[in-house]
Design a protein around this ligand. Sequence first.
Ligand SMILES: C[C@@]1(CC(=O)O)C2=NC(=C\c3[nH]c(c(CCC(=O)O)c3CC(=O)O)Cc3[nH]c(c(CC(=O)O)c3CCC(=O)O)/C=C3\N/C(=C\2)[C@@H](CCC(=O)O)[C@]3(C)CC(=O)O)/[C@H]1CCC(=O)O
Ligand SMILES: NC(=O)c1ccc[n+]([C@@H]2O[C@H](COP(=O)([O-])OP(=O)(O)OC[C@H]3O[C@@H](n4cnc5c(N)ncnc54)[C@H](O)[C@@H]3O)[C@@H](O)[C@H]2O)c1
Length: 242
Amino acid sequence: MSHYPIALNLDNKSILVVGGGTVAERKVGALLETGADITVVSPELTPKLEEQKDQDLISCERKNYQTADIEDEFLVIGATNSPDVNKQIAEDAFARNLLVNIVDQPEISNFNVPAVVREGALCLSISTGGKSPALSGRIRRELEEGFGVEYDHFLELMGDLRGKIIAKVNKERVRKQIFKDLAYSKAIKYMQEGSYQQAIEIINNILPSEIKVALLDDQDDQDDQDDDKFKIIEVKEANNEE
Ligand SMILES: C[C@@]1(CC(=O)O)C2=NC(=C\c3[nH]c(c(CCC(=O)O)c3CC(=O)O)Cc3[nH]c(c(CC(=O)O)c3CCC(=O)O)/C=C3\N/C(=C\2)[C@@H](CCC(=O)O)[C@]3(C)CC(=O)O)/[C@H]1CCC(=O)O
Ligand SMILES: NC(=O)c1ccc[n+]([C@@H]2O[C@H](COP(=O)([O-])OP(=O)(O)OC[C@H]3O[C@@H](n4cnc5c(N)ncnc54)[C@H](O)[C@@H]3O)[C@@H](O)[C@H]2O)c1
C-alpha cells in the first residue's frame, strides 16, 4: 500500500493544530501560506506562535485539547508531546471522517506532510513514506539548488500563454506539440544563465506566428507588483490588418 499524493486547496478552510511546540510551529508556518483559517489549541506556545497570534495570523486557545475542539474542522494536526493525547485526536478525527496528521504516529494518520520546494507556481513535494524525514529534508535542499526564480518567470509566462495558444491553435495535436516544445526547450537554461533575450528567441520560434513574447521593460512594469519578466504581443495576421 502506498500513499496518494495530492495538493490541497485550503483557502478559508478551518484547520486545527493541537500543540504549540516546535513541530506545531513548523506545520503552522507552512499552513499560513495557504490562506487557511488556523486555530492552535495548546496550554503553551513558542514565541513565534505567540507573535503570530498577536498579529492575528492565527487564533489560539490556551488549554488542553478536548474532543469538542475538533467539531467543524476540515483538517487536524495532532502535534502535542503526549502520544496518548495525539492518539485521542486521531480517534476523534477518524470518527468524523476528517483529514488528520499525527506528528509522532504516522501509522494512525490519514496523511503525512511532505518536504516542499516552492518556486512560484512550481511545487515539488518529497515523501519517504515516514521512513526518513531527515532524508526528505536533505533531498529538498538538494532540489532547491536546481529550481531558481527562472522557473517562476517561465511558469508565469506559460500560464499567460496557455489560454491564448488554446484559442489560436485549433488542432489539439499541434497544440500539444507546442506545449511540449516549450517545456522541453532550452529557454529555462538560458534564463538560468541570465540570457532572457535568447530565451525569448527560442520561445518565439516555437509559438504560432500570431503570438509573440517580448521582455517587459521598466516603463511597462511601473505599477506591477508581481515580477513578470515578459509581455505577450498578439500580432494580427497580414490579411486581417485593414
Ligand atoms: C518533511 C517534514 C515536513 C514537515 O514536518 O514540515 C517532516 N518532518 C520533517 C523534519 C524532521 N522530522 C523529524 C526530524 C529529525 C530527524 C529524523 O527523525 O529523521 C526531522 C529533520 C529536521 O528536523 O530537520 C523527526 C520526526 N518526524 C516524524 C517523527 C515521528 C515518527 O517517525 O514516528 C519524528 C520523530 C522521530 C523520533 O522520535 O526521533 C514523522 C514525520 N515527519 C514528517 C514530515 C512525516 C513523514 C515525511 C516523510 O515521509 O519523509 C511524518 C511521518 C509525519 C508528519 O509530520 O507529517 C520535515 C522536513 C522539512 C524540511 O526540511 O523540508
Ligand atoms: N513530525 C515531525 O516532523 C516531528 C519532528 C520532531 C518531533 N516529532 C514528535 O512530535 C512531538 C511534538 O514535538 P515538539 O518538538 O513540537 O514538542 P514540544 O514539547 O516542543 O511541544 C509540545 C506542545 O504540546 C502542547 N501540549 C501538551 N499537552 C497538550 C494537550 N493535552 N493539549 C494541547 N496541547 C498540549 C505543549 O503545551 C507544547 O506546546 C514529539 O512527540 C516528537 O517526538 C515530530
